[in-house]
Design a protein around this ligand. Structure first.
Ligand code: UDP
Length: 234
């Protein structure tokens, strides 16, 4: 379907990300799921952002199954766990970190919780995700020069924000983290472990947040049907 997905184990992905944090440019990590493929199909600009990302990791079980259907094996790397691991790694090396996204009370609580839980975490900048002028945020980020930047604006907004930042910001690793701040703040509960292990977090979220149902529920089967059709054509 024209997209490259990196086939790393969780630990390999962390090593690669650490190298990118130490790199000489802004690198973009996309944690991809079936909804994002659906969006990319309708929006060539978004498709291009995914194609140009420095790292694309399979966030959802849907992408893992799709890769299986085409004869490839890949580990599922949940974006929320990956981003949290990067925060731990950053704290060990005093890497300046920024977090952008979510409602004001959510980000304040999430930052407070993260700083309590992760010893030595150096958050040099944070901002809620409801701003109208991206340039203001880019300028503030430029002034603080964080090396790790987590962006929680939902998709495709966060991927677009990161993509446009590539030409502007000082070298850093930027990753879109969707609803992670809602979970880290404690405002939203993550799916119970059993759902996580079975790769059914998406199902839990659609049940507990009915507003998401219409958007998320059809995305997985539709995506898999497309993959099967595509596979039959090659
Ligand atoms: N969000 C934001 N600004 C926006 C839209 C969304 O900061 O303009 C935040 C929202 O508050 C939530 C996160 O983005 O914390 C993820 O939103 P959503 O659950 O819709 O995205 P998904 O997890 O499905 O990508």
């Amino acid at each position: 379907m024209g997209f490259n997905i990196d086939n790393y184990s969780f630990e390999e992905a962390v090593v690669r990300a650490k190298n990118m944090i130490d790199g000489h440019k802004v690198s973009q990590v996309v944690t991809i799921n079936p909804e994002m493929f659906q969006c990319a199909e309708k929006d060539p600009n978004f498709a291009n952002i995914i194609k140009e990302a420095e790292m694309v990791i399979p966030d959802g079980v849907g992408v893992k199954i799709a890769l299986r259907l085409t004869g490839k094996k890949a580990d599922r790397i949940p974006g929320i766990d990956f981003a949290r691991k990067l925060l731990y790694e950053a704290s060990k090396n005093n890497i300046p970190t920024a977090i952008i996204g979510a409602k004001e009370e959510v980000i304040i609580k999430a930052v407070e919780n993260l700083q309590n839980e992760i010893n030595g975490l150096n958050i040099v900048y944070y901002h809620n995700g409801y701003f109208s002028n991206n340039n203001e945020i880019y300028n503030e980020l430029k002034a603080k020069s964080p090396k790790l930047i987590l962006v929680a604006l939902g998709s495709p907004k966060q991927e677009e924000f990161i993509y446009n930042a590539k030409k502007i910001l000082n070298p850093a690793l930027m990753i879109g983290i969707g609803g992670s701040l809602d979970v880290w703040s404690g405002y939203i509960k993550r799916a119970p472990k059993i759902f996580q292990v079975l790769g059914l977090e998406w199902l839990y979220r659609t049940i507990t947040q009915p507003a998401r149902f219409k958007r998320i529920f059809p995305a997985l089967p539709l995506f898999l049907i497309k993959v099967i059709n595509y596979k039959d054509k090659i």
